[in-house]
Design a protein around this ligand. Structure first.
Ligand code: 2AM
Ligand code: CA
Length: 319
């Protein structure tokens, strides 16, 4: 039993506060990205490491300071603080789980898909999520039981998924699939990922063994935004190996509240329960809400496609 009890009204108040905070952090992200691109570095990736670190740390500090001032009894897990210490034990208490800048490579290059990902875990499950992409002024948010929403520019919030009723998804061959190369480019990793991508995209009629010939594959470069896009319905599926809780925490609840099915790795139970093991599991899968058809319920289609997906791709351990 947690010492701090969170009601729905309190969750809504925390959401209002964290949305404003994410927008403020977004301004800092934009400032940092512009500074990197005007620094004139020839090798933008190599020479901007210090600037990235500077802004990662600055955004995390802003968010952490504000949250600890407003919610002194809540715990905090952040990418930057984790890098400096060991894995924190998850308790039943409310715990903010924050990636100050997700999509770091995009942030450096000015590819407009980087965001702050701000989640809240309570009783060891994600219960609130805010993902803000300041480059496109898109804000995704959700609280447990309250639905997921997208606010774009100054338009009114729209409930997710955008397609209503949600479209069916009969097979992987009709899916637009989010994938990522990640940071580990060792031969083993690129071969296993590359083989998996080949099967997902390849035409079996031309000899691609296990080929699914999906509509296409997309690499957004931000785990949080991949979840947001699946919640929205713009991506049908996102599969990842290597991510950490702060990459996915906010995305998980936004996706679940948008009717998505969220799973861990190949052997994790298909129960849409993102518990501590799945959060720290580093293997993640999400599929969008699928409409019921006359012959199959949407949730059964989601589970069928997850199984088919995992039978298609390779499984491997992240570094
Ligand atoms: P980052 O941009 O903050 O580094 C890309 O695969 C996505 O996964 C990004 O959201 C990236 O976060 C995140 N990620 C973080 N660590 C990773 C890892 N070790 N392997 C793969 N992806 C990782
Ligand atoms: Ca990240």
């Amino acid at each position: 039993m947690a010492n701090v009890q969170l009601t729905q009204t309190e969750l809504q108040a925390i959401l209002n506060y964290t949305v404003a905070l994410a927008r403020e952090a977004g301004l800092l992200i934009l400032e940092g990205s512009a500074k990197i691109r005007s620094s004139g570095a020839a090798d933008v990736k190599k020479n901007s490491v210090d600037l990235v670190t500077e802004y990662d740390v600055a955004v995390e500090r802003l968010v952490k300071d504000r949250l600890s001032e407003k919610y002194p009894d809540f715990k905090f897990i952040g990418e930057e603080s984790f890098a400096a210490g060991s894995r924190p034990e998850l308790t039943d208490e409310p715990t903010f789980c924050v990636d100050p800048i997700d999509g770091t490579t995009n942030f450096i290059h000015g590819f407009p898909y980087a965001c702050i990902s701000l989640g809240l875990i309570y009783l060891k499950r994600p219960v609130l999520g805010v993902i803000y992409n300041p480059f496109l002024n898109q804000l995704y948010s959700a609280i447990l039981g309250g639905g997921a929403y997208l606010e774009q520019a100054s338009l009114p919030a729209i409930r997710l998924p955008l397609a209503n009723p949600p479209r069916p998804l009969p097979s992987l061959s009709q899916a637009l699939i989010g994938i990522e190369w990640g940071s580990d480019r060792s031969l083993e990793m690129v071969e296993k990922k590359g083989e998996s991508f080949k099967r997902l995209a390849g035409d079996p009629a031309t000899g691609v063994v296990k080929g699914k010939m999906a509509h296409s594959l997309r690499s957004l470069g931000s785990a949080a935004l991949n979840y947001a896009l699946v919640a929205q319905g713009g991506l049908d599926i996102y599969w990842e190996i290597g991510t950490w809780p702060w990459d996915i925490c906010a995305g998980v609840i936004i996706a679940q509240e948008a009717g998505c099915f969220v799973a861990g790795g190949r052997d994790a139970p298909l129960d849409n329960d993102v518990n501590e093991r799945v959060l720290w599991g580093r293997k993640h899968f999400v599929i969008r809400k699928i409409g019921d058809t006359e012959t199959e319920k949407g949730v059964d289609a989601q589970k069928r496609l997850i199984k088919e997906f995992y039978e298609t791709v390779e499984d491997f351990e992240p570094k």
